[in-house]
Design a protein around this ligand. Structure first.
Ligand code: HSE
Length: 296
């Protein structure tokens, strides 16, 4: 028994789509799973060098949690090899990829025949919001809502480049959520959700200048989180004349700019030179979510 599971990175929020909108990107976590006499995890990537090697591994813990939800006490033991290009705790959905992998592992090992909708629901229950887990499982751009059950819509995307600026420090989501306000006045809630509504409409229309404008006006999280991101204003300054918009990817600290491919090709080196302490990546949306290859 052996499988290879591949899950894309994701970028959440897109400005005002806080906890709701996410996009799968062409950067991946792969795991190779084979039957064994005991559970073991081996990392082949620098990003995962410190991950636990036994049953304290997060992927195993998710798989066991799902097993228990379906009435099993244990899972058949496996040897798991991990390969990842996704930096941890940077706002690129690394924990969503681990959750999706854990759910798929339980699904395969216990023959649960989970539908994609069930996988998204289970993953959202664990993460608390669907914005990273839904596109990690389904691919594409997914707009979702969760209140104990999950509803979502997939939006087609084309011809966009995600210029991804990754700093060399981590920011845990739980810390980046602590700086958010507990409450909004009715007036501010109406204003903030109007910006989110136009964000969604602009995504559907492929109206990137309007989407970028809404990213600037966003009220739910970036105004509060920017104090945690030392490079925030500099990134905006560097990119302001060249791209459609810049936003904090998920809870940060990675920032992402939406741009045309030709603009990126022309300007990438110039941008990099102005902020060389960050890694500058060119990522694209992918319509393919979690994939399983049987036998490898
Ligand atoms: N929507 C989440 C946040 C993404 O911004 O906190 C990170 O889990």
């Amino acid at each position: 028994m052996s499988w290879r599971i591949k899950v894309p990175a994701t970028t959440a929020n897109l400005g005002a789509g806080f906890d709701s909108i996410g996009i799968a990107l062409d950067m991946y976590l792969f795991i190779k799973v084979s039957s064994s006499d005991k559970w073991s995890f081996v990392s082949h990537s620098a990003h995962l060098k410190d991950v636990p090697k036994g049953k304290d591994n997060y992927i195993y813990q998710i798989a066991l949690k799902i097993a228990k939800q379906y009435g099993y006490e244990e899972l058949p033991a496996c040897h798991v090899e991990l390969f990842s290009d996704i930096p941890l705790a940077r706002g690129l959905g690394s924990s969503a990829t681990a959750i999706a992998c854990g759910i798929e592992l339980a699904n395969l090992l216990l023959d649960l025949h989970l539908s994609n909708h069930t996988k998204v629901t289970l993953a959202t229950e664990i993460e608390g919001h669907p914005d990273n887990v839904a596109p990690a499982i389904l691919g594409g751009c997914v707009i979702g809502y969760y209140d104990g059950e999950v509803d979502y819509v997939k939006v087609p995307l084309n011809n966009l480049v995600f210029v991804t600026i990754v700093p060399d420090f981590e920011l845990k989501t739980k810390d980046a959520r602590k700086v958010l306000p507990e409450q909004f006045s009715h007036r501010d809630a109406v204003q903030a959700s109007s910006i989110a509504n136009v964000t969604t409409a602009a995504l559907f229309q492929g109206n990137w200048p309007l989407l970028g404008k809404m990213m600037e006006k966003e009220m739910f999280h970036q105004p509060f989180r920017k104090a945690l991101i030392p490079h925030y204003d500099k990134v905006k300054e560097i990119l302001k004349d060249d791209v459609y918009g810049v936003y904090l990817s998920g809870a940060g600290p990675t920032m992402i700019a939406l741009a045309e491919e030709a603009v990126v090709t022309k300007n990438m080196q110039k941008w990099r030179n102005q902020l060389s302490e960050c890694e500058w990546l060119t990522l694209h949306p992918t319509n393919q979510g979690l994939e399983v290859v049987d036998g490898y």
